[in-house]
Write a protein that binds this ligand. Structure first.
Ligand code: HEC
Ligand code: HEC
Length: 352
């Protein structure tokens, strides 16, 4: 799906340029040569960073290239490995945050668990590059310009060598082609009645009904892209923020969205993640505190950490009164949101 799909997506973007009137900041373009995977809408592409085949191919190389980083010597693919659903294998970066999946960030509104990395993939990539090349003697675009294979690839994609902006655009554009859909659930919605087990179908009813999951995990990507406090990490005495006013401890990362807005009601709030490809992306939650979907469902079923323990836990996190069978059904439904396809092979990087 992922390779041919990328090619198909490009067809769409190539023909959408050059239409006289100034385009809106973000346009939705329906791929005609190829649809996005079943269950997903057209990919929004910013007017000032259109999608082209050359850009995607270049961005794919950069995604795997450790030479971009001077810190950690990690590529995007090291922290968001394609064979692990483009998500972290464990929390990284020394501050307890789990790398979220890159799948379907093309549809996102806020980047990072607390929204601190901006509102577009371009913002995000620019921020990440500043971070991974912290204290670099030579900036990343100059280091890339010293590699002949990259000089050629940038010329092909942009008509000029690497610079601060076009490196970001190539990687962001490639990320827009990392899409997850066409799961058993999508096929079931499209009419294939054999695609979901009876268990998963019952789980679907719970998800959209009594268990109340869809009020936050909504839409085709199963996220409202909003921030909510569901209590994660707050029952751990090591990490829980006891300060009555978190402004006393603004550096504490588990304050989540509060660190960005400084609004009391945002303390402990994190962005609702997608529920697609969960079979590949464990561990779960911003701190990677759960390793299985059974644990996640158990957490929600019992009402999280319990009403009074959290400081501002969302009232929807309350005991759900699910039977053991119902919990199994809910897990079966979550599993059905994964297509779980083999990842594309890593590309051969330009030598130098
Ligand atoms: C050292 C590991 C590391 C490297 C290298 C890295 N990331 Fe991340 N990435 C993370 C972590 C951890 C987060 C979550 C940070 C947070 O929310 O506070 C993250 C967040 C993201 C997100 C936001 C997802 C969301 O739902 O908000 C995207 C997209 C992303 N990274 C893509 C990339 C790309 C593209 C690169 C290469 C330019 C890259 N990352 C390099 C660890 C890494
Ligand atoms: C009030 C909004 C809200 C409701 C209701 C809700 N969730 Fe969540 N969900 C979130 C947020 C926010 C996170 C991330 C929290 C964190 O990391 O601190 C999350 C995380 C998850 C994750 C982890 C995904 C990952 O990749 O880390 C799963 C799985 C999940 N929810 C499933 C469910 C299920 C099943 C239900 C119904 C029983 C449900 N959620 C109800 C907001 C909600």
């Amino acid at each position: 799906m992922r390779g041919p799909l990328a090619a198909a997506l490009l067809a769409l973007a190539a023909c959408a340029r050059g239409t006289g009137a100034a385009p809106p900041a973000r346009e939705s373009r329906t791929p005609d040569a190829g649809q996005p995977p079943l269950g997903l809408p057209a990919v929004p592409v910013p007017a000032d960073d259109p999608m082209t085949v050359e850009k995607v191919e270049l961005g794919r190389l950069l995604y795997y290239d450790r030479r971009l980083a001077t810190q950690w010597h990690s590529s995007c693919a090291d922290c968001h490995p394609p064979d692990h659903g483009y998500a972290g294998r464990e929390p990284t970066m020394g501050f307890h945050r789990n790398s979220p999946t890159v799948f379907n960030r093309a549809y996102g509104h806020w980047e990072f668990w607390d929204g601190s990395a901006g509102q577009s993939l371009e913002d995000l990539v620019a921020g990440v590059l500043r971070f991974v090349e912290w204290r670099a003697k030579t900036p990343y675009w100059e280091r890339l310009a010293a590699i002949p294979g990259y000089r050629t690839a940038f010329e092909r994609a942009f008509g000029r060598g690497p610079d601060q902006e076009n490196v970001v655009q190539a990687i962001a554009t490639y990320c827009r082609t990392i899409l997850a859909g066409d799961s058993p659930y999508d096929r079931w919605v499209a009419g294939d009645r054999g695609a979901l087990s009876a268990e998963a179908q019952r789980g679907r009813e719970l998800f959209f009904g009594k268990a109340g999951c869809a009020s936050c995990h909504s839409g085709p990507n199963f996220t409202d892209e909003q921030f909510h406090d569901i209590g994660i990490g707050q029952d751990d005495p090591e990490r829980r923020f006891y300060a009555p006013d978190p402004r006393d401890k603004p550096e504490f990362p588990e304050l989540g969205r509060f660190n960005v807005t400084h609004r009391i009601e945002d303390r402990g709030a994190f962005k609702t993640p997608t529920l697609r490809e969960l079979l590949e992306t464990a561990p779960y939650m911003h701190d990677g505190s759960f390793t299985s979907l059974d644990e996640v469902v158990e957490y929600y079923a019992r009402g999280g950490i319990g009403g009074t323990a959290g400081l501002g836990v969302d009232p929807r996190i309350r005991p759900l009164g699910l039977t053991a069978d119902e919990k199994r059904d809910l897990v079966a439904f979550l599993r059905s949101l994964s297509a779980n396809r083999p990842p594309p092979p890593a590309p051969a990087l330009p030598p130098g």
